[in-house]
Design a protein around this ligand. Structure first.
Ligand SMILES: O=C[C@H](O)[C@H](O)[C@H](O)COP(=O)(O)O
Length: 262
């Protein structure tokens, strides 16, 4: 099974499969967006179809909703769910405090709303996404289309004031047209290189008229499940302050996890 996958996809797969073990009968589950989250949705679908797992899922994008339905997960809205037991999602970067940059796929708004409405947020990531300081990945900021260039100027002025402008800002494109989020908004990607005070930047950006939300997830994530290309999985739990390392051999175990000594 893993022989057909690249090391990076193996890392995403094992992280997703381990995180799926946190999901139990009756849970209302936030379903993230992106290539790593897709492995999670597929795994939960397998458990629904093969083990009779009973869950309801709240997707964070139209594409995740489509995938969840395809694999047999009952899809409900966040308002129908009211509150969620857990959200499992990918990330573009995470640091040692489990703060994140998300939105590389443009789904940050629904992702942040859903994660914040959950008892627990579990992030699944390949090891390459761990950084010492957030910011190497361009920070996505969702802005409304009306007056977006003025909004960009205001953002740039703010970044200069905070001394974090980096290499500038760019409007995300989809071919020849500006990218549109599921809400019809645009994304500005802020190439900052290094974000010294992510908490402050997250708050300041959201004060600018025209900004809908930014991709900094501060104090939202509880656990990161880190996958490695050789099948190893590590858990970082912000509450317990613990790190558990595991190794999975999908071919041998069919997805069961065993703790390892190292
Ligand atoms: O908007 C997209 C999301 O925040 C994704 O979870 C993030 O970009 C990570 O995606 P991937 O798992 O494809 O690297």
């Amino acid at each position: 099974m893993t022989a057909e996958l690249s090391p990076i996809d193996t890392a995403k797969l094992v992280a997703a499969r381990r995180a799926a073990e946190f999901v139990t009968d009756g849970m209302r589950v936030g379903l993230g967006t992106g290539s790593t989250a897709a492995f999670l949705v597929e795994r939960l679908g397998e458990r629904v179809r093969e083990d009779g797992l009973k869950i309801r899922g709240v997707p964070t994008s139209n594409r995740t909703a489509d995938l969840a339905r395809q694999v047999g997960i009952e899809v409900i809205t966040l308002d129908e769910a009211g509150w969620l037991d857990v959200t499992i999602d990918g990330t573009d970067e995470f640091d040692s405090d489990l703060n994140l940059i998300k939105g590389g796929g443009g789904a940050l708004l629904q992702e942040k709303i859903v994660a914040t409405a959950s008892d627990q947020m579990i992030v699944i990531a390949d090891a390459a996404k761990q950084v010492e300081t957030l910011g190497a990945f361009p920070l996505p900021v969702e802005v409304i289309p009306f007056g977006w260039q003025t909004t960009r100027s205001l953002i740039e002025e703010t970044l200069v004031t905070m001394d974090v402008l980096g290499r500038g800002t760019s409007l995300r494109m989809a071919g020849d047209a500006p990218f549109r989020t599921d809400e019809g908004n645009h994304i500005l990607d802020l190439d900052l290189k290094r974000i010294g005070n992510a908490r402050q930047l997250a708050m300041v950006l959201n004060q600018i008229p025209g900004v809908v939300e930014n991709g900094l997830f501060i104090d939202i994530c509880d656990v990161v499940v880190i996958g490695h290309g050789d099948g190893r999985v590590e858990l970082r739990d912000i509450n317990a302050g613990t790190v558990r390392k595991q190794k999975i051999d999908l071919a041998e175990t069919g997805g069961l996890f065993t703790d390892t000594a190292d």
